[in-house]
Design a protein around this ligand. Structure first.
Ligand code: SAM
Length: 482
């Protein structure tokens, strides 16, 4: 029988079923243990250190106790601490991105995904490089600077060379004042060699959702195709890091399996990355299964309600305070609004989940991956964020300055985010307001910028940011390297 070992490179040892089961039993036995819960909450709370806030995070066992806890007052405290951590590390900035679907050709048989091979009524489409260009222009015209590219797994239609060509095309498009400064990649698990090629192509984060950590369910939900190989999929992040990719993004598709199992697995995966590579995941995504062509989310028994979803998000925030958290347009405005307070640091806006969707006037459904709940325009999302006191950020400076992996974590841990990320966020917001915003959004935006500039602690930094924003407004300067 496999033994739990976070530092092992074998999936069955770092995502160890026995350890997860013991964790769930421990959490169940202690869910009313107020003394233990208070100790865990105290450990999770941000503390003021010499250089700024310090958070210790939680182990998967500790966080699982909080997730199991049903004592109302304690749940409120979990939410409160999640908000404190969010504000301590990330402040009120929210990074914005959009997915770009390149191809929905896929040879896998994933039961929850409409791109599965046996789906004969979905239209299959793969963008040509000219079409990639048109999509990127449409995205730049909205104001996007950061993309996550998405593709099905198909070695014939979407080989790595195709993905690399697309990345090159994306970075080459400079339409008016637009450019895409960071391309994150969400493609199927692949080889160290291919990860190396992605790294050389200048990608940001490599994102791969585990879907489920429960091996038996994984094998049943992925009955055919290369994705059926649980170990190959689960060990992908180690290969990505071996290939030189510093930033990796984890996630599970909530609804497929029991959420407490997934939660423990997800945190064990984060602990594994830290143990082996010295740096945890750059991001964690929390998607829930959605209705899609040929897919009924009710066919999966483990759907979670909004309250549980909020609790999961908050408990992840407490467990891995330095990891960015992403929520997509799978969720409604109301759910996104709530989760933003509990630790989310990145959201997508105005997403189209179809191949070629951004160049269509109406949202096309024929090649769509799943229903989008939040269908607002980017301008509406940006304005809504500001009305709720979040600063929309289009910044990609960390990645450009080489602050990835452990260097980003070091910045986070040094408490310098307000002196570094905050001014960059305001400058990129100013670019957005000048180039793409409606008059109403622009007005609210500059009121926010004025308020937020005053929150930058270091005077010199504050003055440079103010001067740069003046330049963006008055001289149309766009040569900053955000
Ligand atoms: N083919 C790649 C892979 O296997 O990882 C790329 C990812 S796919 C384009 C992006 C993600 O969408 C999947 O990892 C899955 O979690 C999610 N997804 C698939 N079907 C979904 C559905 N019906 N509702 C919500 N999310 C879904």
């Amino acid at each position: 029988m496999a033994v739990y070992n976070p530092a092992s490179l074998k999936a069955e040892e770092f995502i160890n079923d026995g350890e997860i089961r013991e964790t769930l039993a421990y959490a169940e036995a202690n869910k009313n243990n107020i003394e233990l819960i208070d100790r865990i909450l105290e450990k999770a709370r941000p503390k003021k250190g010499e250089k700024g806030w310090v958070c210790s995070g939680l182990t998967h066992r500790e966080a699982s106790v909080l997730l199991a806890c049903e004592i109302p007052g304690k749940i409120e405290e979990i939410y409160k601490i999640a908000e404190e951590i969010k504000m301590a590390y990330y402040g009120n900035r929210i990074v914005i991105f959009a997915p770009l679907y390149l191809s929905n050709y896929c040879v896998n048989g994933c039961l929850y995904c409409p791109y599965h091979l046996k789906n004969k009524h979905i239209a299959r489409k793969k963008l040509t490089q000219d079409e990639v260009r048109s999509e990127v222009i449409a995205l730049q015209d909205m104001g996007h600077k950061r993309l996550a590219i998405e593709a099905g797994e198909d070695p014939v239609n979407n080989p790595i060379e195709y993905i690399l060509d697309c990345i090159k095309t994306i970075y080459s498009v400079h339409h008016k004042n637009g450019d895409i400064r960071r391309v994150n990649v969400n493609i199927a698990a692949t080889t160290v060699d291919n990860y190396r090629k992605l790294k050389e192509a200048g990608i940001g984060t490599y994102i791969l959702f585990q879907e489920t950590y429960h091996k038996e369910s994984y094998l049943r939900l992925h009955p055919t195709g290369p994705k059926h190989d649980y170990d190959y999929h689960t060990e992908a992040m180690d290969r990505a890091m071996e290939g030189g990719i510093d930033d990796v993004g984890l996630g599970v598709l909530f609804g497929l399996e029991l959420y407490r199992y997934e939660f423990a697995g997800l945190l064990m995966h984060a602990e594994h990355l830290e143990a082996v590579h010295g740096v945890g995941p750059h991001t964690i995504s929390v998607p829930r299964v959605k209705h899609a062509d040929d897919i009924d989310p009710d066919a999966f028994d483990n759907g979670i309600d909004d309250e549980t979803f909020a609790k999961i998000t908050a408990c992840i925030r407490l467990a891995v305070p330095y990891t960015g958290m992403i929520i997509s347009t799978r969720e409604s405005q109301a759910v996104r609004g709530r989760l933003l307070r509990l630790g989310i640091s990145q959201i997508s806006g105005a997403s189209r989940t179809s191949v070629g969707g951004y160049t269509e006037k109406e949202r096309p459904h024929d090649t769509e991956q799943f229903d989008v709940s939040d269908q607002r325009t980017l301008d509406e999302v940006v304005r809504w964020l500001m009305e709720n006191n979040h600063v929309p950020s289009f910044c990609t400076a960390c990645y450009r300055a080489g602050r990835t992996g452990d260097r980003f974590m070091a910045l986070c841990k040094s408490g310098q985010i307000l002196n570094c990320c905050h001014p960059n966020a305001l400058m990129t917001l100013s670019e957005y307001l000048e180039d793409y915003a409606s008059p109403e959004t622009k007005k609210i935006g500059y009121e926010m910028i004025e308020r937020e500039l005053n929150r930058i602690p270091r005077e010199k930094t504050r003055e440079i940011a103010r001067q740069n924003i003046e330049d963006i407004r008055n001289s149309g300067r766009r040569d900053f390297r955000f």
